[in-house]
Write a new protein. Structure first.
Length: 212
């Protein structure tokens, strides 16, 4: 049976992005420090068209993020900095003309927009009917493979609060951001079964199954 899987880098004080997010600073002030362990990895660089890179205890964790993924769900804030109606100069995402997803991506938004086909097999579908409609569309598109919940924090909280996430992996970075976007505020009555702990340079990965 397919799973809705969620992974994210998070600070010790619970933030997944810093304050003052913008087009120039998409993860907020200090937010890129949450990913300093990830960016040099060969397993990450290859998914973004790069070459070379490091291999360490995080390698298998990151490789598993991309295994058996047939569709992706994300919030509009993760797709881009545009707010309100889309306007005439339509934002095409942070990732250029060949995004790293290579599968159908369902973007939650309050404002309708035609689907956007990109290179490499990525097509963005803009969903205005809420989280369950997005999940239904992603499941149909995935054809039995798993669905990746890419974030950001607001959408992740909605799916966690609705009990729709099957597995969650938190990559905890030894960093205190102090402010920004918190992940788990107002998420309650969530019972987790720990599946593994992986200690790696600059990060500790905690993987959980969400109990039903």
């Amino acid at each position: 049976m397919d799973k809705l899987r969620f992974n994210i880098a998070i600070s010790l004080d619970g933030y997944v992005a810093g304050p003052s997010q913008s087009e120039e600073n998409p993860i907020g002030i200090g937010g890129m420090k949450l990913h300093e362990w990830l960016l040099p990895l060969a397993s990450f660089r290859q998914t973004h068209g790069g070459h070379g890179g490091e291999v360490n205890a995080s390698t298998q964790v990151v490789e598993e993020w991309f295994e058996n993924i047939g569709a992706t769900i994300m919030g509009r804030n993760m797709f881009g900095p545009v707010r309100g109606p889309w306007g005439e100069n339509l934002w095409r995402g942070w990732w250029g003309e060949d995004p790293p997803f290579h599968n159908p991506v369902f973007v939650l938004t309050h404002h309708p927009r035609e689907q956007l086909e990109m290179d490499g097999g990525t097509t963005f579908h803009f969903i205005t009917d809420g989280i369950e409609a997005a999940l239904e569309g992603a499941r149909e598109a995935a054809g039995g493979a798993d669905i990746s919940l890419a974030g950001g924090s607001s959408v992740a909280r909605q799916y966690l609060g609705a009990g729709l996430v099957d597995e969650m992996e938190l990559s905890i970075v030894p960093l205190l951001l102090g402010s920004g976007e918190r992940l788990l505020d107002d998420v309650c009555d969530l019972e987790l079964e720990q599946l593994r702990v992986v200690e790696a340079p600059g990060v500790t990965h905690l993987k959980y199954r969400v109990a039903r």
